[in-house]
Design a protein around this ligand. Structure first.
Ligand code: GRF
Length: 221
C-alpha cells in the first residue's frame, strides 16, 4: 500500500511549543503528516527560532503591512499554495481568520484551544476556569469554522484542577496535555480515518474501543 504523508503547515504567533510538539512527532517517518512550512504573522515570534533550526521552510507574513484581513490572508494563501499545503494547524496563531480563508480550508484547518470546549471560548481560559471554581479543565483540538472556537471537536484532554492551582500552574499542566493531543489529532486527520457527522467526529476504531476511565474530581482520587 502506498503511503503519502500529508503536507502540513503550522501557523504561529508566539512561543510555538505546540508547533514544536507537532514537528517532533512528525520527525518519525511513519507519522502521517509532514510539517513542510511554519508561517508566523509576527516577525519576532519566539517559535521561529526553533523552526529555523530545522529543515522546515519558515515564512513571516506580517499582518501589519496589509490594508485588511483578507489582503493579509491572500498573501498567506499564496505561500500555502506554493508549498502545496494540504493541512493547516493553528498553534497559538493570534489572528482572527475571515470566512473567506476558513472556506478555502474547510475540513483541513485545525486549532488547539486551552479549555474544554464549548466551555471557555476566547482568552484567559485558565483564569476564568479558576474564578468559576471548575474542578475539571483541559484542552481541545477542533476543526476551524467561521465562528470563533467552534467547530467539530477532534480530541480533548481533561485534567483535575488542584486547590493549589494558579492560572500559570494550571496552564502548565494543560499545555502538557496540548502537546499530547495535538499530534494525535493531526495524525487522525492526516491518515483520513475520521468521520464527521454534524459536530461529532469519530476517529478510526476509537468509537468501538473499550471505554476510557472517567475523570472524577475529587471522588476519583
Ligand atoms: C496554547 O495554549 C494554545 O492552546 C493556544 O495558544 C497557546 C499557544 O502556545 N491556542 P504555544 O505557542 O503553542 O506554546
Amino acid at each position: 500500500m502506498t503511503f503519502r504523508r500529508k503536507r502540513t503547515a503550522i501557523l504561529i504567533s508566539g512561543r510555538g511549543s505546540n508547533m514544536r510538539a507537532l514537528i517532533e512527532h512528525a520527525r518519525n517517518p511513519s507519522y502521517p503528516a509532514e510539517i513542510v512550512l511554519v508561517l508566523s504573522n509576527q516577525p519576532n515570534a519566539a517559535g521561529l527560532t526553533f523552526a529555523k533550526e530545522t529543515n522546515i521552510a519558515c515564512a513571516v507574513v506580517d499582518h501589519k503591512i496589509y490594508a485588511g484581513r483578507e489582503e493579509f490572508e491572500r498573501s498567506m494563501q499564496v505561500l500555502l499554495e506554493l508549498h502545496r499545503i494540504e493541512l493547516i494547524c493553528l498553534a497559538g496563531f493570534m489572528r482572527m481568520l475571515t470566512p473567506w480563508f476558513i472556506g478555502q480550508w474547510h475540513g483541513r484547518l485545525l486549532n488547539i484551544h486551552p479549555a474544554l470546549l464549548p466551555a471557555y471560548r476566547g482568552l484567559k481560559t485558565h483564569e476564568r476556569a479558576l474564578a468559576d471554581g471548575a474542578k475539571i479543565h483541559g484542552c481541545t483540538v477542533h476543526f476551524v469554522v467561521a465562528a470563533m472556537d467552534e467547530g467539530p471537536i477532534i480530541a480533548q484532554a481533561a485534567i483535575a484542577v488542584l486547590d493549589s492551582d494558579t492560572p500559570s500552574s494550571l496552564a502548565g499542566r494543560v499545555l502538557a496535555e496540548e502537546h499530547a493531543i495535538y499530534p494525535a489529532a493531526l495524525a487522525c486527520v492526516a491518515e483520513g480515518s475520521l468521520r464527521v457527522e454534524g459536530n461529532r467526529v469519530f476517529c478510526g476504531d476509537s468509537v468501538t474501543s473499550s471505554e476510557p476511565p472517567a475523570l472524577r474530581v475529587p471522588f476519583g482520587k
